[in-house]
Every structure is written in C-alpha cells, then in structure tokens.
Design a protein around this ligand. Sequence first.
Ligand code: HGY
Ligand code: MN
Ligand code: MN
Length: 408
Amino acid sequence: MKINEERLLNRLYTLGKIGVNEEGKRTRLAADDAEKEGRDAVATWMMEAGLRVAVDKIGNLFGIWETEENKGKDPVMTGSHIDTVINAGQYDGCYGVLAGLEVIQSLKESGYKPARPMVVGAFTNEEGVRYSPDMLGSLVYAGGMTAKDACSIVGIDGTVLGEELKRIGYAGTEEPGFLTPSSFVELHIEQGPILDAEGISIGAVEDLQGISWQEITIEGSQNHAGTTPISYRRDAGVAAAKVITFMRERCLSSGGKTVSTTGCIAFEPNAINVIPSKAVFTVDVRNPNEDALKAEEKALADYLKELEKTDGVTVSTKRLSRFEPVLFSEKIVEKVEKSASAHGYSCRRITSGAGQDAQNLALMCPTAMIFIPSINGISHNPEEFSREEDLLNGANVLLDVLSELTEE
Ligand code: HGY
Ligand code: MN
Ligand code: MN
C-alpha cells in the first residue's frame, strides 16, 4: 500500500502559497481571509477524495470516510491545523492535515475496507495568535470549553471569533465532539532541533509539555526622558525588562527544563523621549512537569509583587491559556516505533515542546503523535524546512498506524 507521494507534496506546496503577501511573508491567522482560502482548498481536496465534509460549531473542518459496513462505529481520527503564526513556515500543522488526507485517500483508492470510519480534521485556531487560548478548536471539540464561549472570544484585532467564522462561511452546524474517535494520531514536524541533530528519521512522541500563557500589564508614570532623575522614575518599561530577564534567569537555572518567551510587548505612550507609563506584554512559560510549571508561575507572581515595591509600579495579569502536560498512549507510541523499524527508519521517543491539538484529543481517546525532523530545529519562521524524504517517511508511518488502529 503506497501513498501518492506527488499528490501529497503538491498539495503541501499549494497550501503553502496561500496567505503569502507581497513581501513573501506567509500568514494565515484563524478565520481570516487567507485561512478561509486555505480551508476552501482543503475542503475541495477532501471532496475530491470522496470524503464527507463536515464543519462543527467552532469551525473545525472534517473529511469523513465511512462505509455501509462500518457506519456508526467510532472512527479512527487524524489531523492537525492549517492556521499559522505571523510570517510562518509552510509545514507546521498543514503537513499533518494533508498527510492524514493522503493516507485516507490512498487507502480508499486501494480498495482497502476499514473496519472503522476514518476521519481527518483541521482544527480551528491552533496557534492562538489571533484568539486566546491556543489549540481552541480541539479544546472545544474535546469538551474543554463550550462552542458558545469560544465563539464569543474577542481577538487581538477586536474581532469576535464566531462572527469571523460566519463571515468566512465556516460556522458549522455539527456539535463539537459529534464523532468520538476510538483513537487519534497527529503527524507533525518536530519544530525543535533534536531529530535533525541526532540524525533520527521518526519521533515517537510520548508526552507533551505544559503551557502557561499570561498577559502582564505594568503601570508606572509617564515623565520626561531627560529631566527626570532615575530615583524619581516609575518606569513601566524598565520593570517589564526586569520581568523578561527574571524569567530568563529562571530558565537558565532550571537545567534546560523551563522555557519562557515574551513574544508581544507594547509601551504607552510609546515615544522616544517619554518614560513609559504602561507596558503590556505576554509571558509564555513551559515545562514538561506540572509541579515545576506551577513553581515557575508562583515565582513569577512573587516577583511581580516585589516589583510593585521596588519600582513603584502597579502590576495586573490576565490568564490567556493554561494546559497541563500530557502523557500519550503507550500502545500507540509502540505502534509508531514498530512501523518505523519495519520501514528501516531510525526512531526515538521524544517530548513535544510545542502545544498540539493532540493534547486535547488525548482527553477523549488514546492519542499519540509522530514527528519528523525540522532542519536546524527552525519553526514559526519562514525558514522552517523538512526534507521530502522525511515528509514521505512520516506519512508512511501514519498509514501503518492508522490502518492498524482501524482494525482494532
Ligand atoms: O505554541 C505552540 O506551541 C503551538 O505552535 N501552537
Ligand atoms: Mn502546529
Ligand atoms: Mn505552531
């Protein structure tokens, strides 16, 4: 049983062109016009494959292959996301959706008769750049939030998710969770440097680290950059810088376990010769161990209280997202390892440093992931790259694992 390699690669590169602007930057944020174009392309390919296309109330898009014989049984599900970060690579998420579609289409074309329906999903707002929290579509699908609450979320641009889904024609009618998968497997690029550095072809993902997203607002007082002595200043900008470096120190003393990122920051009034009165910025902290992640959050909270005293500022925080670490299904991880070895692909177990839709599907059913190498570990960056040989290896392992799971 072989996948149609050319079809998979062509679709991946075609989707990769959608949302590329005149400067060559690729951005498809959840439910924006570019993502709509991407959704339309994927839905068309699902229909070409002869799948039933369904959309649920949070815009999750599914291609369903069910037969008279297996209709009504819990399906085996695969999938990922096609929304991107800003100035993104072309593989993150898209590879898992299109490889999943390719596997199902190839099995269907080969005359294979699965004992279960097979489904590929593209989940809404996995990246969480436009709307928080991230992994939102799969969170709603798995029952972690109601579709109503999720649709009312206001984005960083003031838009409301539910209205945007309506505007782009993807406010579906299916209840999230309308299909209860018997198992879920997500194929994804590693987005980190390990597989590439070690020359390993397949990652059998056995767990995924916890994620804590906060927005922090620090308020000081606006004043003259030249005339105000340092001792008089209540400088929101300096206070924000102290938080960012404090978190870097925490990471360095965590033995490489904690990572912290401030990806967004804005000052008010944001003028070159005015001491900032306000700093609003995000802190993304991650650790594979829940107790350690909680300890990082407490250390940050204590430091913010300290800052109010030392710097004379006022600090407030807003929780944007929080996911505990997830352990994947040992049974499925072993299937990934077995398939890799049968193909002669080198394989190692690995932790997902990135958040994934699979972490929410794991709330519903036995779940695991398959990684392929990201060259130099680059991701969330247009330089993100995976070799075609690795892309095809991953799809071959996905085909083995999904067809085995359909027979169980
Ligand atoms: O942020 C993440 O880890 C994922 O790319 N959404
Ligand atoms: Mn992803
Ligand atoms: Mn991503």
